[in-house]
Design a protein around this ligand. Structure first.
Ligand code: UTP
Length: 472
């Protein structure tokens, strides 16, 4: 008797789901329904009910508008910029003083996005856990948090960290911070919030099953930060703690100049809503997003969307006209971010063609050799054109950019460690300290945030071929 009622219930539930999915041509996700346990049916039901099918269909209909990308590129002009090397010493000093003033006021927080799946690196844990310290093996999380703590100590303030995870990284990240006593942050200085997800689809727009009871979902991109901050109460936390500006960076940049007094100074002095760190591109076709101004708005045109004829234009002095390459480091005014959450103008979704493992019609798992599906992602830099005042600040790549992306070659662990060691070498030389050329070097942010802090290196552990300078 009981089993007959259960069968009727599940049949009714099946029918309801079928009716919901049919108009969107997605009923195939119920293919294994009869073979699923009650829990698995519930899991699949919850997933289906949380999918915005109208949005998926809208995204499907939006053709990739290359023509509009080309039109934007043809109108692209150099962005409004601070290029510190062209300023005199007093202007730079004024920027540093303004940045220091902002930090001392305690109105600046830090947001680190760490929700990506790090698929190119192939590390089985959240990328922030990667042991990148060239001598100590300290994780990216530890190094970045220590930069925050060292800055907070310098100004005798508290700097809250807003850390974005995704369902792919959330639990492990929480456990890692808990096991390491939050790397010294107080409980109220760490606000972890989880971004949303988007379903992936195959090339014909149909959902993909990654297990008989599971629709493939992936994080909704670093642009998911905005909605996730609002949902999680991060903006409320900022309001309570008087945070008016956020320094934004990505978890994989081991050399980020965090929180960059001088950079924050230009942000403040220009009364900018969004300020973006850029490098001067060396090669016109360099694989880096181009920060440009289109119709008076700051915009990033991806290298793949910038026609070579535009990229190669030069000014009279021979320098590249569209010179600014994006480093994915920003300063945001919090009131600008909250204003972007108002109304229903969401950030656009970008399409990425990826290899997505799936369950075939027979229920067997398959790993494709070439891209078979689409992931939808929002990008944080799509906020730039919405700012009524925005500038870029030029920095030197070797001083503040070493992203960990790949398992080997450029941007691999070896590459990042070598860039870290080379920077620390330059710091020691600038501080007048002799160090053998081929020494592997690491300086804890708690010991020094720059060469000016390296007055006493008594705490230096000089092992054969490697030096670790920790807190004295
Ligand atoms: P990437 O686009 O380089 O992605 O992210 P990734 O996950 O690190 O690596 P691949 O592409 O899978 O190999 C740049 C930064 O944005 C964050 C990442 O954690 C990284 O700090 N990110 C990316 C998110 O926080 N959420 C996302 O959905 C995507």
């Amino acid at each position: 008797m009981e089993s007959t009622i259960a069968q009727q219930n599940t049949a009714a539930e099946y029918q309801q789901l079928h009716d919901l999915l049919a108009p969107w041509n997605q009923t195939h996700v119920l293919r294994f329904w009869d073979q699923l346990t009650a829990d698995a049916q519930q899991h699949l039901t919850d997933q289906i009910l949380n999918i915005d099918f109208a949005l998926l269909s809208e995204l499907r209909e939006q053709q990739c508008d290359h023509e509009s990308a080309d039109r934007a590129a043809s109108r692209a002009e150099p962005p409004a910029a601070c290029r510190p090397q062209e300023l005199d010493a007093s202007e730079r000093e004024a920027a540093r003083a303004a940045g220091a003033h902002l930090l001392r006021s305690g109105k600046c927080g830090v947001v680190i996005v760490a929700g990506g799946q790090g698929s190119r690196l192939g590390f089985e844990h959240p990328k922030g856990m990667y042991p990148i310290g060239p001598v100590s093996g300290a994780s990216l999380f530890q190094i970045l948090v220590e930069k925050i703590r060292a800055t907070a100590a310098r100004y005798d303030i508290s700097i809250p960290l807003y850390l974005m995870t995704s369902p792919a990284t959330h639990e492990e990240t929480l456990a890692f911070f808990a096991a390491n006593d939050r790397f010294g942050l107080a409980q109220d200085e760490l606000f972890v919030f989880c971004q949303g997800t988007m379903p992936g689809v195959d090339e014909s727009g149909r959902l993909i099953l990654s297990a008989p009871d599971t629709i493939f979902m992936s994080p909704d991109g670093h642009g998911g930060m905005l909605a996730a901050m609002q949902r999680s109460g991060a903006f409320d936390h900022m309001q309570v703690h008087g945070i008016e500006h956020l320094f934004y960076c990505q978890v994989d940049n081991a050399l980020v100049d965090l929180p960059g007094e001088e950079f924050l100074g230009y942000h403040l002095l220009s009364d900018s809503e969004v300020t973006t760190q850029v490098i001067a591109k060396q090669d016109p076709l360099e694989k880096v997003g181009n920060v440009v101004s289109v119709d008076g708005c700051l915009k990033i045109i991806e290298y793949s969307d910038l026609p070579a004829s535009c990229a190669q234009l030069r000014c009279e002095d021979g320098r590249l006209r569209l010179w600014a390459g994006n480093l994915a480091v920003h300063a945001f005014r919090v009131d600008f971010l909250t204003s972007c959450c108002e109304g229903d103008a969401r950030l656009p979704f970008h399409v990425a063609h990826k290899k997505i493992a799936f369950i075939n019609a027979e229920g067997n798992s398959e790993k494709p050799q070439s891209p078979n599906g689409i992931k939808y992602e929002q990008f944080i830099f799509d906020l730039l054109p919405r700012a009524s005042s925005a500038i870029v600040v030029e920095v030197q790549e070797a001083d503040c950019f070493a992203p960990l992306k790949n398992a080997s070659g450029k941007d691999s662990p070896d590459d990042v460690r070598s860039k870290m060691s080379q920077l620390y070498h330059r710091w020691l030389v600038a501080a007048g300290i002799d160090v053998p050329e081929d020494t592997v070097l690491e300086i804890s942010p708690l010991a020094a945030l720059g060469p000016e802090d390296l007055t006493d290196v008594a705490a230096c552990e000089r092992l054969s071929g490697s030096w670790y300078i920790g807190r004295g």
